[in-house]
Structure formats: C-alpha cells, structure tokens
Write a protein that binds this ligand. Structure first.
Ligand SMILES: [Zn+2]
Length: 342
C-alpha cells in the first residue's frame, strides 16, 4: 500500500518527493509578508519524522549552513520516513542579525506560545502547530551567543537507554552536556511531549565556523542512520567517542579590563590554572582568570573586553577527564581541511 502524503501548512508532499514550503508567519509593518522557509523530504517508506531546525536565535547562523548541506547531501536521497528541514526559524532576527524578535523576546523562551500572546508567543505557537507537532524526533541547531564560541557539543536530557541518549551518542560531537531544561525552550516543550530532542551547540553567532558546520552535518546524518532513516552503502565508520560531562561552570572576569586568553577551545585545564589575564589598558592592574575545576574548555569569550563578573571561559567537568581529552583530540584530528565552496 502506498504511503500517505505528508501535509504541512496545507501543502501535500507526495511519498518519494521533496517540496519547499513557505509557512506564512506575519507581515512586516511595510506590509511585506514574512515566511518561515521549510523543505520537506517525504520518503517512499515509513520511518521517523525528523525535524532539523536552525536559527531559533536569529544570529546563530552555522545551523543555516548545516541545513543547506544536509539537503544537498546525496545520502538523504531515498530516505525512509520524513525530514522536515527549517534553516531559519526566527526570520525576524535573522534579517536583523540579532538573537531576538522585534519585541526583544527570546523565541527559545516562548514555547509553547499562544496565538493570543506576544509576538514571541505567536511565532512559537505557529512554529509549534505547523511544524514541531509533526515531528517524532528533533535536532535543534545553535551556536554560542554573540562574541562567544562553543566547542561542538550536544545538550540533551539523557535517561539511560532512552532514545535521546541513542541520538546523542550517534551524533558524534566530542562532548555531551546532560543539560537541564530551560522553561519555554523548544527542547523543554519537546521533552514534555515525549519527543526525543537534541540541541547541537557549536561555533559563534554571526559566523560560519567550518569546524562547527562539518561535524554538524555529519552528526545529523549519523543520527538519521541510527534512526533507520538512511539506507544504502556507507562506510561504517564508528562515530567518534563522546564523553558526557557531569557539570560545568564559568570562570568570570575578576576585574574590568582587557582579556588576554591563554587557553584555546577544547583545552584540558586544571583547577586553579590560569586561563587568561585581565588588565587595564596600561597593564598596571592585572589579575588572572583561573579555572574553578579540572575540565575541558567548551566555551569562551571571543571579545577581549570584559566587565567584572563577565563569563569568559566555560569549563565542563568529567568523571573520566582522560577520555574527554581523547574525545576532543579525536574530534580535532577527524576534521579534514575545509572546502569553502562545498
Ligand atoms: Zn541559541
């Protein structure tokens, strides 16, 4: 028996076909219509419905490129199940190069949203009803905030043997943060609905970081393979080992001043180790930023200007620090030289 068509926003996608759909969101006050662009690939055979979305924070654009490459990958031809790919969710913020919506709300704090609520609440409700509620699995693509960069990492709420853990391990990012859910986030909404969901955090806002994009594309494809959505021949390379962090903390600026970092993203650091120094412009007052714990630097500020108390280095703690260090080294060595026109 033939598989039923997939319907999204009133458009029907036939089995074995792909369709781009512009989901109407709102109008700008110029009267110009605004859409969330979506591509649906509906397989001939039944399988999971995976939503891959980027740009819930409008300035986090690595995910946009991950989605583009995913859609151009030969591996997804003949997929089982259905892929819903959304490169840019917060189209308002994307146009303005900002994380936020025009009402200064964070869309990732607005779920489940409400049709009668604020702009953020309305966009969340529309995205949820038209798109998210179709999904059986979700991968949400993020980067660090502006002037901050993240080592590629998965954030998820893991329960041993659960589907989310299976997806997290398949992805192959070097670090997994068993992260608590933030109220109003897409991840929180999905989790309460029982939809397995991963957040991939890699690179910096308003940048294309090749070392974040390539592993992102590979990771999504690996998850699809693990879910049985991809068939056909494939070099059965094991995903690189990932270590699950048991917590993390930020090292903060001890004084106002100018930062000279001493460590790089992915570095293994010891408790009390100097991560950088903050000094006034003359170099008179100078204080060290030290690590609160043994761990791996999984996020850091890229702006050398700091106010006292500002979060500068994000250090994740591990039970098995050696394994975590090996996972990061293995990850770095797995990256081929980038092809900028890929
Ligand atoms: Zn984000």
């Amino acid at each position: 028996m033939a598989r039923a068509p997939f319907e999204l926003a009133g458009i029907r996608v036939m089995p074995g076909s792909r369709t781009q759909i512009d989901v109407p969101v709102a109008r700008l006050y110029t009267h110009a219509p605004l859409h969330i662009p979506v591509e649906v690939a509906h397989g001939r055979q039944a399988g999971p419905t995976l939503l891959v979305c980027g740009g819930i924070h409008g300035d986090e654009i690595n995910g946009v490129e991950i989605v583009r490459r995913l859609l151009r990958s030969k591996q997804i031809q003949g997929l089982r199940g259905t892929l819903i790919a959304v490169p840019i969710v917060n189209v308002f913020g994307f146009v303005q190069h900002t994380r936020y919506l025009p009402d200064r709300r964070d869309l990732n704090r607005c779920f489940p949203g409400s049709e009668a609520g604020s702009l953020g609440g309305r966009v969340a409700a529309l995205f949820r009803e038209q798109i998210v509620d179709h999904a059986s699995h979700i991968i949400d693509l993020h980067t660090g905030a502006i002037h901050r960069t993240n080592l590629p990492q998965i954030r998820a709420q893991l329960s041993p043997g659960g589907e989310t853990e299976r997806m997290a391990n398949a992805f192959g990012a070097p670090v997994i943060l068993n992260a608590e859910l933030r109220e109003g986030s897409l991840r929180h909404y999905a989790q309460t609905r029982g939809i397995p969901v991963l957040t991939y955090e890699a690179g910096e806002a308003l940048r294309f970081d090749e070392w974040a994009i390539t592993p992102g594309v590979r990771g999504v494809l690996r998850v699809m393979r693990r879910l049985g959505m991809l068939t056909g021949e494939h070099r059965r390379r094991q995903p690189p080992a990932a270590e699950v962090a048991n917590g993390s903390s930020w090292a903060r600026a001890p004084i106002d001043g100018i930062l000279r970092p001493k460590v790089r993203l992915g570095a293994r650091v010891a408790k009390g180790e100097v991560l950088g120094k903050v000094a006034d412009p003359f170099g008179n007052a100078e204080e060290a930023v030290t690590s609160m714990a043994d761990g791996i630097v999984i996020g850091m500020s890229r702006l050398p200007l700091a106010n006292e108390g500002e979060a500068l280095f994000h250090v994740a703690r591990f039970d098995a620090i050696e394994e975590a260090e090996n996972a990061v080294e293995g990850f770095h060595s797995s990256l081929a030289p980038p092809d900028p026109l890929y």
